[in-house]
Design a protein around this ligand. Structure first.
Ligand code: NAP
Ligand code: GDD
Length: 337
């Protein structure tokens, strides 16, 4: 029997990779797109013929309930979110509404439609909920969120656990560390640097301005992470799992690695707001620090321990940081060419 998956946030990075993965497995894939976001579906262009797209906002509980009643999915992947951490300080109420209440609306729709026993639910939780808890962070680490984004996601995380325990819903939180790809939104640091490097290579830009160069992230590739999402819903028992590579890199090192692909070796001079990344051969400044990209509160170091996912799900990341970086820069260069 063909299974049906419903994906919120299908127009995002993970929505793209998860759709491709599930279509390949023979699923019928239904995706929710925001009412005013039709242009965004171009992003899904290679897949759109095979997808059933429905217009629905996570802030609209009535429409969510009607869509769920119509689609009757076997699996729901709740990826829809205001996902930019820095931006969440500017729009905290909207972030809470989409990320926390949006999840609750979905869970309540499942309950109201008496679908608890028939559906499996994946929640896009995040390593941001660990905040400044010292690495490595695992499922048992202390949650200490440091942004409206992380607070909203932690609320959703606990709501999912609550529906699992109170009503027996097969609902799992995937506590995912950063994962990137050529489909990454341009507001995130990997894509910003990849596109900046490609523009510098093409002579269209001379410098990339960034915020905190010291921050360390455990960066993997989205293609690997969507497989882990699916694996969580195939287990007899729902549970929460960290997905991570177990290696972290600083933003500074990310820049060095990306510039290597256009033959530029960076050296660093200065400190704090005066730090500069300089082309070792030409002396040209390629990176500077602009305080407008600092966050009111920062998460300095995320590094995940994904042993539970490895042992229970058999999941492990296959794509290295270096290969992910190479793919992003090459794709950014080909978009300019
Ligand atoms: P993304 O590219 O920012 O995608 C977010 C998706 O949510 C987009 O499709 C967006 O639609 C949709 N959305 C936003 N507001 C909505 C609303 N009010 N109603 C319905 N849909 C809405 O994020 P991603 O990188 O694919 O991440 C997927 C999920 O995993 C997110 O929940 C994110 O917070 C979480 N997560 C991501 C990472 C990571 O490193 N990528 C790590 C941990 C957790 P538009 O395209 O129309 O804006
Ligand atoms: N975006 C951005 N832009 N970040 C910068 C910049 C810049 O110019 N300069 C330095 N950074 C630093 C940020 O301060 C942060 O410490 C780090 O680079 C990564 O920032 P992002 O790429 O915006 O990602 P994030 O780690 O804040 O959040 C992503 O990962 C989370 C999982 O840990 C998002 O995908 C979240 O949705 C996800 O939950």
């Amino acid at each position: 029997m063909t299974k049906t998956a419903l994906i919120t946030g299908i127009t995002g990075q993970d929505g793209y990779y998860l759709s491709a993965f599930l279509l390949e497995k023979g699923y019928r894939v239904v995706g929710l797109v925001q009412p005013l976001a039709h242009d965004d579906t171009q992003f899904l262009a290679p897949l759109t013929d095979q997808l059933d797209l429905r217009v629905c906002d996570l802030c609209d509980g009535g429409t969510l309930t009607r869509v769920l009643a119509d689609v009757r999915p076997d699996e729901i992947y709740n990826l829809g979110a205001q996902s930019h951490v820095g931006h969440s300080f500017d729009v905290p109420e909207m972030t809470m509404n989409v990320n926390a209440l949006g999840t609750l609306r979905l869970l309540e729709a499942i309950r109201a439609l008496k679908m608890i026993e028939h559906v499996r639910f994946y929640q896009a939780s995040t390593s941001e909920i660990f905040g400044d808890t010292l690495p490595p962070q695992s499922e048992t680490s202390h949650f200490n969120p440091r942004s409206p984004y992380a607070i909203a996601k932690l609320s959703a995380h606990f709501m999912v656990k609550n529906y699992r325990k109170a009503y027996g819903l097969h609902a799992s939180n995937g506590i995912l560390f950063n994962h990137e790809s050529p489909k990454r939104g341009e507001g995130f640091v990997t894509q910003k640097v990849a596109r900046g490097v490609a523009a510098i290579d093409a002579g269209q830009q001379s410098i990339i301005s960034l915020g905190n160069l010291n921050a360390e992230r455990d960066w993997g590739h989205a293609r690997d992470y969507v497989e882990g999402m699916w694996a969580m819903l195939q287990q007899d028992k729902a549970d929460d799992y960290v997905l991570a590579t177990g290696q972290s890199q600083s933003v500074r090192r990310l820049c060095e690695e990306m510039f290597k692909y256009i033959g530029v070796s960076l050296v660093w001079q200065g400190q704090g707001e005066n730090e500069r990344g300089i082309d070792a051969n030409t002396g040209e400044v390629r990176i500077d620090v602009d305080p407008q990209f600092f966050r009111p509160l920062e998460v300095e170091n995320l590094l995940g321990d994904a042993r539970k996912a490895r042992d229970v799900l058999g999941w492990h990341p296959k794509i290295s940081f270096e290969d992910m970086v190479c793919e992003m820069v090459e794709e950014a260069k080909s978009c300019i060419a």
